[in-house]
Write a protein that binds this ligand. Structure first.
Ligand code: SAM
Length: 296
């Protein structure tokens, strides 16, 4: 639903279709109508200010948040960036945690051996002949299967973590994937650049929610300074690119409990005023992103 709204922001609605109301309250709807006009005219600071006014009155308004992220994070959205990464890297193997309708795992190249993990997949996209979906949680998958065997003895070359939006789940996914990665592999993590406190919390308050996955960046920077971590500023909630992986590293699994105790209670306020710096924000420009992906 959110991605459909985001797509609508980028396209012109057909003239015959009545647009859905932007807000139930007419005053908020009027603010958002003005924000929409400003956004279309490229007047981003005005659009941002109007969306903030609308959110002050209606904190759960998804249209206001989506307009805000598009105004603040211009350029391609994460799926477009992901498609470029697939086409550029053309990995032999790809693992995606959290596939939902299949929109992103469907981007795997025909030659890529792709594996998707999701307890409730609702695949609507045609997948390549070399794609398999495992209908289980990622924790269950890694407990029951040997990922290396499932990939025919090949290491993971590209992975995308987009499952449960909680820090400790993303951390375990990272640990479980890294041990199967090649040295030149890339792990991508969605939702590492949250918009605001209300959507960066562990509990979901609104439709627009990225959870506390952002803590993974803060955690890895502290405990794994050997990793290369960049968070592309693509809408709606950023995409972390993690490289220089070390499949032999045992530090994270060995200190898992201590790390969870440290990061699970961390509030968004701990990073809010220095979000770009602490989350390693990286420009959403393909020429620069591509350079991150060159062999280490
Ligand atoms: C945001 S959706 C994924 C969207 C997809 N990657 C895309 O971009 O189109 C998150 C998915 O994570 C799945 N999920 C929830 N808990 C999970 C878990 N423990 N392990 C793996 N996937 C999980 C949900 O079923 C949901 O389909």
């Amino acid at each position: 639903m959110l991605l459909r709204l985001l797509g609508n922001l980028l396209r012109r609605a057909p003239a015959t279709r009545k647009p859905p109301p932007l807000a139930a309250d007419p005053g908020v709807a009027a603010l958002l109508q003005r924000a929409k006009t400003c956004y279309a005219a490229g007047e981003m600071s005005e659009a941002i200010a109007l969306c903030q006014q609308a959110l002050a009155q209606e904190p759960g308004n998804a249209y206001a948040r989506l307009t805000l992220v598009r105004a603040r994070m211009p350029g391609e959205i994460y799926r477009q960036v992901l498609r470029r990464i697939h086409e550029h890297v053309r990995p032999r193997t790809y693992v995606e945690i959290g596939v939902d309708k299949g929109d992103t795992i469907a981007m795997a190249c025909p030659e890529t051996l792709a594996l998707g993990i999701d307890p409730a997949p609702k695949i609507e996209r045609p997948l390549t002949a070399r794609t398999r979906i495992f209908a289980e949680t990622s924790d269950d998958f890694f407990a029951r299967h040997d990922l290396g065997m499932e990939l025919g003895g090949l290491p993971v070359e590209l992975a995308f973590i987009d499952g449960l939006h909680r820090f400790e789940f993303a951390l375990r996914d990272f640990i479980n994937l890294e041990r199967h990665c090649s040295r030149h592999a890339t792990i991508l993590v969605h939702d590492c650049y949250p918009l605001d406190a209300a959507t960066a919390m562990r509990e979901r308050m609104y439709d627009f929610w990225s959870g506390d996955v952002w803590k993974l960046v803060v955690c890895l920077k502290k405990y794994r300074p050997d990793l290369s971590i960049h968070t592309i500023g693509c809408a709606p909630t950023g995409l972390a690119v993690i490289r220089n992986l070390d499949p032999a590293s045992a530090l994270l699994p060995e200190r898992l409990r201590e790390i969870c105790d440290e990061f699970i209670p961390m509030p968004f306020a701990a990073i809010e005023s220095r979000k770009a710096e602490l989350l390693n924000l990286f420009p959403n420009e393909w020429s620069k992103v591509r350079a991150l992906l060159s062999p280490a």
